[in-house]
Design a protein around this ligand. Structure first.
Ligand code: ATP
Ligand code: MG
Ligand code: MG
Length: 288
């Protein structure tokens, strides 16, 4: 039995939620911080973000640490200052895999049965006759299929998961695609609270402004990164940019626009286009 008042550690255990990724990828750390399994690419992003316009919008970064023989990125736990947080992970962009993954799958296809099964679970008609015959789909093929089922391709973002303060957790948004579907999910997430919606919107507008001046953003292909929405019953509401595992630096001198369609080779990610759509979508939630 846990007695009130909770200790800081107990509170953190009760609050902590992971809406994506493998369960073993995160560990609790000192007060208000967490450890994420080390990834060279993500570390480089965090280091470059330390003197970039985006710094106020990404989790605080406290370097690399070793624990039980494994390396981790030490970062701020964004849930710490909330009282029973509601959390949503929204994956940004029109594309969720790297161009190099596409090239590799084409040159040396590795059909996977686990991904085939995940596809069939959602849509028996998903796999092609050939994929059915081999009982396998390649990773980019699975990712592309996920993009067309959800709002990734049509809106440039998709909802990955939600945890509400009543303890319920949902990650079954694979078929949430239309603007109306997304609006409904957001309305349910904020339980019709227009003030929270407005706080989210103003934070998103600040993020968009920062992205437009960010040197880091101009020079990186941002794939698989999410916006983490957090609010609580006290009316605190924040949005953070997380997950740089697949955010890749462009060759020296190259830049992205983030707002034009992707064609293989141009490396565009549709991040700004998606953020614009997200802002418009949320505006219609807060106006009625
Ligand atoms: P994937 O690539 O599958 O999305 P991942 O292993 O790269 O997963 P993240 O996406 O970075 O992991 O994080 C997974 C989840 O963990 C997020 O959806 C969020 O719920 C939680 N999370 C991540 N970073 C933080 C943080 N700094 N503070 C609080 N929660 C976090
Ligand atoms: Mg993620
Ligand atoms: Mg990731």
């Amino acid at each position: 039995i846990v007695h009130w008042p909770f200790s800081a550690t107990q509170r953190r255990r009760l609050n902590w939620v992971q809406l994506a990724g493998h369960k073993g990828n995160f560990k609790a750390a000192d007060e208000g911080t967490i450890l994420k399994k080390f990834c060279e690419n993500e570390m480089q992003c965090f280091e470059k973000l330390q003197d970039d316009a985006l710094r106020p919008f990404v989790p605080g970064y406290h370097g690399v640490v070793e624990k039980d023989g494994e390396s981790f990125l030490h970062m701020t736990d964004l849930l710490t200052n909330f009282d029973l947080p509601n959390v949503m992970d929204c994956k940004m962009g029109v594309r969720t895999y790297l161009e190099e993954e596409l090239v590799r799958a084409r040159e040396r296809p590795k059909p996977r049965e686990d991904l085939y099964r995940k596809m069939v679970e959602v849509d028996g008609e998903g796999p092609t006759p050939q994929e059915h015959a081999q009982r396998g789909v390649t990773k980019p093929r699975y990712m592309q299929w996920r993009e067309t089922m959800s709002s990734t391709n049509t809106l440039g973002f998709r909802i990955e998961g939600i945890k509400k303060d009543d303890g319920t957790c949902r990650t079954d948004f694979k078929k949430t695609r239309s603007k109306q579907d997304v609006i409904q999910v957001f309305k349910d997430f904020v339980e019709g609270n227009v003030t929270i919606m407005k706080s989210y919107l103003s934070r998103l507008t600040e993020i968009r402004q920062a992205l437009k001046t960010s040197e880091f953003f101009r020079r990186h292909e941002v794939i698989g990164s999410s916006l983490l929405f957090i609010h609580d019953h006290k009316g605190n509401a924040q949005v953070w940019i997380i997950d740089f595992g697949k955010t890749t630096a462009l060759p020296e001198g190259q830049m992205l626009n983030h707002d034009v369609p992707w064609q293989e080779g141009n490396r565009e990610d549709g991040y700004l286009w998606g953020l614009g759509n997200l802002i418009h979508t949320l505006e219609s939630v807060s106006s009625d």
